[in-house]
Design a protein around this ligand. Structure first.
Ligand code: FES
Ligand SMILES: [Fe+2]
Length: 375
């Protein structure tokens, strides 16, 4: 049985917020891209984005472009979008379908879907040239609970080892069988860490989210993942309400096989470094975060429902989507204000409250990853 702790019971040892350079230094961002985003498993959305063999999409990670696609046997593969001849991007279109091969638009080098170079015009007279020496550069891919993850590292840590705390934890939510009803893209003028820190606490909920606060008391709830790369727990939905929706009523059938106690809870997990997972009784919302600059983050937010909800017109998924779109925008706005403030010459790190203990854990994970002293 999981042990649950109130946020205020997790020690923070007088932690302070991060210094200014963590929010405005291009060098630190470059380090984060190298030591975090090029090494950890990153969520790139749901596997059903590419339902048929040959379907692909491109995922930008910093300056890298990655081709993620479904192969002939229904498995998933990913490659750097880089030709082995002169390095040209192989694909320009963000989504599409390969027929049998991937062909470079520059000099028509051609690759099989398993990455082998199978065609390289006029190379027959090159001494010592062997097509087998020039496969596409592979990128790690894993599927977990219907989510696809990629890993840019040359030797990725095994997903099941890196993600031990997650494996099996959400089985009751039936995640592999849920379907995306909506996805909204947000362009937020704030550092990715401010967004992660913000998600990790509800100290701000009273001032920032009046509607949310009516449905779920900001000091309610407890955490069952309290340190390391994955943190989170639940908050309680007030009596008389069923979910976090504009109406306060459920906007779909129950997503999975949930015990009674989960029917008035929302579970929130911050999955380092780029996935935020919010599980409601009747829908699941997830965000993926992509740093675009020291003060800019691209966010995709999607809402998953049980297929029975989507085929039943008596339900209105927009009741949940609209609630969180409003709440998201409140969060993005306050994080943008925070970005402007921490860039000030006057800003110095301030003391975290005990209600922000999971934000402290996040900061520590960043500092550990960068090889910086953990304060
Ligand atoms: S750069 Fe791709 S074939 Fe020449
Ligand atoms: Fe918030």
């Amino acid at each position: 049985m999981a042990t649950f702790l109130k946020s205020t019971e997790i020690p923070i040892d007088n932690a302070r917020t991060l210094p200014r350079e963590y929010y405005n230094s291009p060098d630190i961002l470059a380090d984060e891209m190298e030591r975090i985003f090029a090494r950890r498993w990153l969520c790139v959305g749901r596997a059903d984005r590419i339902p048929s063999p040959g379907d692909y999409f491109l995922q930008q990670v910093g300056k890298e472009s990655i081709i993620v696609f479904r192969d002939r046997s229904g498995g998933f593969r990913a490659y750097y979008n880089v030709c082995r001849h002169r390095g040209t991007r192989l694909c320009e279109e963000h989504t599409g379908r390969f027929s049998e091969t991937i062909q470079c638009p520059y000099h028509a080098w051609t690759y099989a879907l398993d990455g082998r170079l199978i065609g390289a015009p006029s190379t027959g007279d090159l001494e010592g040239f062997n097509k087998s020496d020039y496969p596409l550069f592979p990128v790690g891919v894993e599927i977990w609970e219907g989510f696809l993850f990629i890993n840019l590292s040359e030797k990725p840590e095994r997903f099941d080892q890196a993600s031990q705390a997650l494996i099996g934890r959400f089985s009751r939510f039936n995640l592999p069988n849920l379907a995306v009803a909506r996805t909204i893209e947000y362009d937020v003028r704030a550092n990715w860490k401010l967004l992660f820190q913000n998600y990790s606490e509800c100290y701000h909920c009273g001032p920032v989210h009046p509607a949310l606060t009516k449905l779920t008391p900001p000091t309610s709830g407890e955490n069952d993942l309290t340190e390391g790369a994955f943190t989170g727990g639940f908050m309680v939905i007030n009596r008389g309400h069923e979910s976090l929706t504009m109406s306060g009523q459920a906007c779909g059938v129950v997503v999975g096989d949930l015990p009674e106690e989960d029917m008035n809870r929302v579970y929130y997990y911050a999955i380092f470094p780029n996935l935020l997972l919010s599980l409601h009784p009747d829908y699941v919302m997830f965000h993926t975060l992509w740093p675009k600059g020291t003060d800019r983050t691209q966010i995709f937010c999607s809402w998953l429902f049980h297929p029975a909800t989507l085929s039943d017109s008596t339900f209105n998924p927009d009741d949940g989507v609209g609630f969180w779109d409003m709440t998201n925008r409140q969060d993005w706005h306050i994080c943008e204000q925070s970005q402007l403030g921490v860039e000030s010459r006057a800003y110095v790190p301030g003391p975290y409250s005990t209600r922000e203990s999971l934000s402290v854990q996040f900061d520590r994970e960043v500092l550990r990853s960068l090889g910086h002293p953990v304060r």
